[in-house]
Design a protein around this ligand. Structure first.
Ligand code: MSP
Length: 650
């Protein structure tokens, strides 16, 4: 049996997963199920990336330990994967003991071959994306999130990435399938051709990480750590890279990732592997972003949609179908609740759901709940059978090329044809005419057979609904047990008992569902933003908080360096505030009381550890403290004596 090893990225366990984080996992789950139906022995790995500065900071913000935070968040990921029906076979957490072994072994191997040395790192680093933004000390913004990168300088261990420029270019040349889609491959080739600098792979300023062998003051750079998780997850440590599951599944067949992490996967990762003399993955596929409100859906930007309301109101299959059908895989695509509900009603409830319920109703009513023995097949049946064969072929071709939306379009050719077939053959009219019984049997057999084939084709995308449909068609087991190369027209056995018609996808009232989804989203947002420990209510008067609760609010002295109105509002100003360690962009509702120019140079109090959010499309990364007059106008809090920038208020 050929093997197929597929991975999702290992998700940062610093926040709750959202639709964007679920996207890659849903795609991989679909692909894993599809490959199994092609006869492969599939290993499907997902997991969580649990080290690094942003985890340390997120934990500090909540007043808990990093270990507690990652336990909690990892649990949230697992729970969501379960709700979404993700059938992964392997799960890895980068805080597991076996992973420490992998990372240290990788390092030792690279060191033995002379690819690691000690040096001084000076440069700009984005703590949000764990990205070395520039090796110069000049201020610069993170290319991924756009926030100012922090300045840092420390003694580090370096990886000789520069030694791999040629070997990497040769590999890209010899293996055109290594980086996909092709336009991404070209981007990477251009980047590497411009020259590669050595990279720092240890940190001294961070404690929450894997200790460096023989020098425990350093921990591993998170990307060296996280990427090696692809080895740990299939048992590298257990077999020391020699046998067992690891030898069976490595190298990975596909690392599925979002485009923002392509450089780590297509440049660093193969170099780390070559340095350790391990074979390289076959394909790295970088897909586009799900956009929400015109921007990448992302927790740090505050524009996320959550999966849970969708699962509860429409079911996990609906989300899977929508994402795979609506977004051309590889390109960016918009996510909208409205489009989701529209697709659900039109494609799932109407097209597929109606085909199933009409067919099952007629089997129950006219054939006593049994698949009839078909009479002779006419041209209409031959055409339907031909469409089924063509759909199967086009679907396989598309899925083999990761063109999921095209694959679903091919399947919908069969759904549409089967519905038309029923309209044209009118079995409900045939049923009233005793002489037409053989014809009726042929028609209902053909409709049921089309449904059976659809259940198989759609199983990777709609595992729950197709499993139910399979039962209703009287089939045993699960449609995913069918091998695609054995699937052909005529496999349905006459005499099989069929079940009652039931709506696989009940139609929903759009505006009502959208309202309910929005209310549920708000609820999640409130819970997510709420402090870890609730304020203790007292018998009389307002509730009190403890000093620890107060300590969780990080307020700093800042100075306003720039101010301008936010277009389209008369209340908001976009401020650039220097808080000593960095410049923060804050949007404040003070335009009614202050003119931008009178704010420049003013010292203010900034809450610096609030979750970023977007106001009128502009990111606000903190809050300026102000009191309110009786007429509602704000008065900024300020200092009358000298106080250094960045000083903490307590
Ligand atoms: N921890 C690293 C990956 C290490 S892999 C060894 C990381 N984690 S992440 O939590 O930020 O998640 C990254 C992945 O989530 C992206 O590469 C992408 O696959 C998925 N997505 C997160 N937001 C997304 C969108 N808005 N749209 C599409 N995919 C998104 O990077």
């Amino acid at each position: 049996m050929p093997k197929f090893y597929l991975t999702t990225p290992l998700y940062y366990a610093n926040a709750r997963p959202h639709v964007g984080s679920a996207y890659t996992t849903l795609v991989c789950d679909t692909l894993a199920r599809y490959r199994r139906m092609c006869g492969d022995d599939v290993a499907f790995l997902t997991g969580t990336d649990e080290h690094g500065e942003n985890i340390e900071r997120a934990a500090a913000r909540l007043g808990i330990s990093p270990a507690e935070l990652v336990d909690r968040n990892c649990q949230m990921f697992r729970a969501l994967w379960q709700q979404l029906g993700i059938a992964y076979t392997h799960f890895v957490r980068t805080t597991e003991a076996r992973h420490v072994h992998t990372v240290q072994t990788m390092l030792r191997r690279a060191r033995q071959r002379g690819y690691v040395y000690k040096g001084v790192y000076r440069g700009r680093y984005c703590i949000h994306d764990n990205l070395y933004v520039s090796d110069s000390e000049e201020p610069s913004d993170c290319p991924t999130c756009g926030r100012p990168a922090e300045l840092m300088s420390e003694e580090n261990y370096f990886f000789r990435l520069s030694a791999f420029q040629q070997p990497l270019l040769e590999h890209y040349e010899r293996h055109p399938e290594f980086i996909q889609p092709a336009f991404r491959r070209n981007e990477v080739i251009r980047f590497v051709s411009d020259g590669l600098k050595d990279i720092s792979i240890s940190r001294r300023s961070i404690h929450w990480g894997i200790p460096w062998p023989d020098d425990p003051e350093h921990v591993f750079y998170v990307w060296y750590d996280a990427l090696s998780g692809y080895l740990t997850g299939i048992g590298f440590a257990e077999s020391n890279g020699q046998g067992g599951e690891f030898a069976r599944y490595w190298p990975a067949d596909v690392h599925m990732i979002g485009k923002e992490i392509l450089r780590f996967h297509a440049v660093y990762w193969p170099a780390f592997l070559m340095a350790a003399e391990l074979p390289l993955p076959r394909t790295i596929f970088a897909h586009g972003w799900l956009l929400f409100e015109q921007q990448k859906m992302s927790k740090s930007k505050g524009n996320v949609a959550y999966c849970e309301p969708i699962i509860e109101l429409l079911g996990s299959d609906a989300l899977r179908y929508y994402l795979l059908r609506e977004v051309v895989f590889g390109q960016d695509g918009n996510f909208s609740h409205e489009a989701l509900v529209t697709r659900y009603n039109s494609d799932l409830a109407n097209d597929l759901g109606n085909l199933a319920s009409r067919t099952l109703t007629m089997l129950a009513r006219y054939c006593a709940g049994q698949v009839p023995e078909p009479g002779p097949a006419g041209p209409a049946e031959a055409e339907l059978a031909a469409t089924a064969a063509a759909s199967l072929q086009a679907y396989r071709q598309a899925f083999d090329q990761f063109a999921f939306s095209r694959g679903l379009e091919a399947i919908w050719q069969l759904v549409t044809h089967a519905n038309q077939y029923l309209v044209e053959t009118q079995p409900w009219t045939l049923a009233g005419d005793p002489a037409s019984q053989p014809r009726l049997a042929s028609v209902l057999y053909a409709a049921a057979e089309a449904l059976r084939i659809l259940a198989v084709l759609l199983a990777p995308v709609l595992p729950r609904a197709t499993s139910r449909l399979w039962q209703l068609l009287g089939q045993s087991g699960h449609p995913e047990q069918i091998r695609l190369e054995t699937l052909s027209w005529g496999g349905l056995r006459p005499g099989t008992r069929t079940g009652p018609a039931e709506p696989l996808f009940p139609r929903v009232e759009k505006s009502q569902i959208l309202e309910r989804m929005a209310a549920m989203e708000d609820q999640i947002r409130q819970n997510t933003g709420a402090p870890a420990a609730p304020a203790t209510p007292t018998a009389s008067g307002p509730s009190r908080i403890t000093i620890d609760d107060f300590a969780r609010v990080d307020m700093r002295v800042g100075e306003i360096r720039a101010a301008e109105p936010v277009p389209g509002t008369d209340r908001l100003l976009r401020l650039q505030v220097d808080i000593g360690s960095e410049m923060r962009q804050v949007v404040a509702g003070i335009a009614g009381s202050y003119r931008p120019e009178e704010l420049i140079g003013r010292r203010v109090v900034v809450v610096v550890n609030l979750e970023p959010r977007r106001l009128r499309g502009v990111e606000s990364n903190g809050m300026i403290v102000a009191a309110t007059r009786p007429d509602g106008s704000p008065v900024l809090c300020t200092f009358t004596e000298d106080v250094p920038l960045g000083a903490r208020l307590k």
